[in-house]
Design a protein around this ligand. Structure first.
Ligand code: FAD
Length: 556
């Protein structure tokens, strides 16, 4: 049986204890922001032995870190912009993050079709992807393969035969960004970090030398105000980094340039791709189409953004752009707006460069240090979270009186008692399928459980036995129980969006389990009728945003 002890400190039922602990001591490092960047920093710092705290104003991964293309990749297109350093670093990170969480970072072969007048010709694809593999240290059977037209169509028959000349098949990895972030913060707390969601930083506190020495914050769930003290404060606020720099009076010099990226989701039978494809769009950009379980998702757009940071929506223009791109690449399909089952929209916190268009802006991360010693980090990729964290924690380490040694996160599996490699992951899925065949649990849920929770699935399956419901409902109830007790689930939204991804990948299941789960959650967290009503309203808005297309971005 999987030993779940390490994660019990991350129970939503211990919220008040967490709030008390945050106020009880001075931390070496306080991190603002519970996205992949902040949670990665918390894990690095805590595993070096620093007293570490992290505050997140919504939920872990509620910002950009649940809205990405969900690839752990070096970014082939950045090579064209000569971002060799970025591609080398993120390319190498792929294999490391896969090793740390093989159930969550899965190898995914990507098909790059070569078409008449496309971005890549045969030679440029062959050489470009060879360099990409070399920079990332990809070898053996994973090296890129150049395929002729016939073989390409065997792999993906929906491609436009009339334009196709061949393809390049190369190695990438796929993940669930929100789950990756949750596992990072769970592991950070297993190393002693104190982390809490729904706690907004409202102001910084300063010592006599005008140096930041903590923050004032608000517990959004109870209305309680608190002060958290720390020797060093790092802002990993993603798109909110400039707002936090404004609070600190240090928003000068380089600023963020936010660009919006939208993905749209289709039931798999509407866009029945057999392969992940990275294909040309008529305007010269390239986008991904990625089959995953019951759905295929497509993205992304890349447009400058001036709207609300807290309510980012997909517009009709975004959806139509992506629809046109798909119908162009897969002409036998003819998809309509009404075929889309859901969508997500997120913001890239990029660094502004005068005169550059959104797609030309660098994806490199950058560190800002204010005169009052606030350290902020922005830009970067999900894939590079570990190296970004290392740079930040090295900087903090150099400023502390005591030295906490070097980064060791390349050796810390993200889940205790982790599956060790893809073979073990596949064997575990097959084992569950064999076990589940006597029951009514579908193959889909066996795959879903393992690629969502890894070995932690055992705790959920054990709990499932205590619910006398049809299997799908009992499973959702067991997952919710797990989420509350081990993953700080504090709302319906936390569960349906970021712990399970159901809003995007299994939308219809929400209606089937929602009532029972609202009942369970209200019992676990002692909700009154007003809170239940609020929670339902919030979930309705999220479902509405994920299934509707606005005329324009929401401004406030
Ligand atoms: P965020 O995830 O936004 O985290 C910042 C957090 O700070 C938020 O949760 C926010 O609530 C919190 N916060 C803000 N203000 C406060 C406050 N006052 N108090 C407390 N908390 C606060 N990268 C890849 O590697 N692969 C991809 O396939 C990929 N695809 C992408 C596609 C799109 C459309 C986008 C937008 C990005 C993509 N990226 C990808 C980039 C990647 O998603 C981001 O680099 C990464 O998620 C940023 O994480 P973050 O932690 O810096 O920011």
């Amino acid at each position: 049986m999987f030993d779940s002890k390490t994660t019990t400190s991350f129970s939503a039922l211990k919220r008040q204890d967490h709030l008390n602990e945050l106020q009880a001591e001075e931390f070496d490092l306080l991190v603002i922001g519970g996205g992949a960047t902040g949670c990665g920093i918390a894990l690095d710092a805590a595993s070096r032995g620093m007293k570490t705290a992290l505050l997140e104003k919504v939920d872990f991964a509620a910002g950009t870190s649940s809205k990405s293309t969900k690839l752990i990749h070096g970014g082939l297109r950045y090579l064209k912009q000569f971002e060799v350093g970025l591609v080398r670093e993120t390319g190498k990170e792929r294999a490391i993050v896969h090793r740390l969480a093989p159930h969550l970072v899965l190898p995914e072969k990507m098909l790059l079709p070569i078409t008449t007048n496309g971005t890549y010709g045969k030679w440029s694809a062959s050489i470009g992807v060879m360099v990409y593999d070399l920079l990332a240290g990809v070898g053996g059977k994973d090296r890129r393969q150049m395929l002729d037209k016939k073989r390409t169509l065997e792999l993906e028959p929906l491609l436009d035969e009339s334009q196709l000349e061949g393809s390049c098949l190369y190695a990438e990895y796929r993940t669930d960004d929100a789950r990756l972030t949750i596992e990072l913060i769970k592991q950070a707390t297993a190393y002693g970090a104190k982390a809490i969601n729904y706690c907004t930083v409202k102001a910084f506190t300063y010592d006599d030398h005008k140096k930041v020495n903590g923050v004032q914050c608000l517990d959004e769930l109870s209305g309680q105000s608190l002060v958290v003290k720390a020797k060093h404060v790092v802002s990993a606020g993603g798109p909110w980094v400039d707002q936090l720099r404004t609070l600190n009076g240090s928003k000068n010099g380089k600023q963020l340039h936010l660009t919006k990226g939208v993905h749209i989701v289709f039931p798999h039978h509407k866009l029945p791709l057999q392969h992940s494809v990275y294909f040309d769009v008529p305007d010269g950009r390239m986008i991904f189409a990625i089959p995953r379980g019951k759905i295929t998702y497509v993205g992304t757009t890349d447009t400058s953004y001036k709207g609300s940071l807290d309510n980012i929506v997909a517009t009709k223009e975004d959806a139509n752009y992506l629809l046109e791109a798909i119908n162009h690449a897969f002409p036998s399909i003819d998809l309509q707006l009404s075929d889309i089952s859901s969508n997500w929209a997120g913001l890239r916190p990029l660094i502004h460069e005068e005169g550059k268009s959104p797609s030309e802006l660098s994806r490199k991360d950058e560190i800002f240090e204010s005169p009052s010693d606030l350290i902020s980090i922005a830009g970067g990729k999900l894939t590079g979270y570990r190296r970004m964290a290392e740079r930040i924690v090295d900087l903090v380490n150099s400023r502390l009186d005591e030295s906490f040694g070097d980064c060791k996160t390349d050796k810390i599996p993200l889940v205790s008692h982790s599956l060790e490699n893809s073979e073990q992951v596949n064997e575990y899925i097959n084992q569950l399928k064999r076990h589940a065949s006597s029951k009514s649990m579908s193959d889909y849920y066996c795959w879903y459980l393992v690629t969502t929770y890894g070995k932690q699935t055992e705790v959920i399956l054990e709990k499932m036995k205590s619910f006398d419901d049809p299997d799908d409902l009992a499973l959702a109830r067991a997952e919710l129980w797990y989420g509350v007790h081990h993953e700080m689930v504090n709302s319906l939204e936390d569960f349906f969006v970021r712990r399970t991804g159901r809003l995007y990948f299994d939308l219809e299941s929400i209606a089937q389990v929602r009532e029972s789960l609202t009942h369970d959650l209200s019992k676990y967290l002692n909700w009154d009728s007003t809170r239940i009503e609020d929670e339902n309203k919030k979930l309705n808005l999220l479902i509405s945003n994920a299934t509707n297309y606005y005329e324009s971005d929401v401004l406030v």
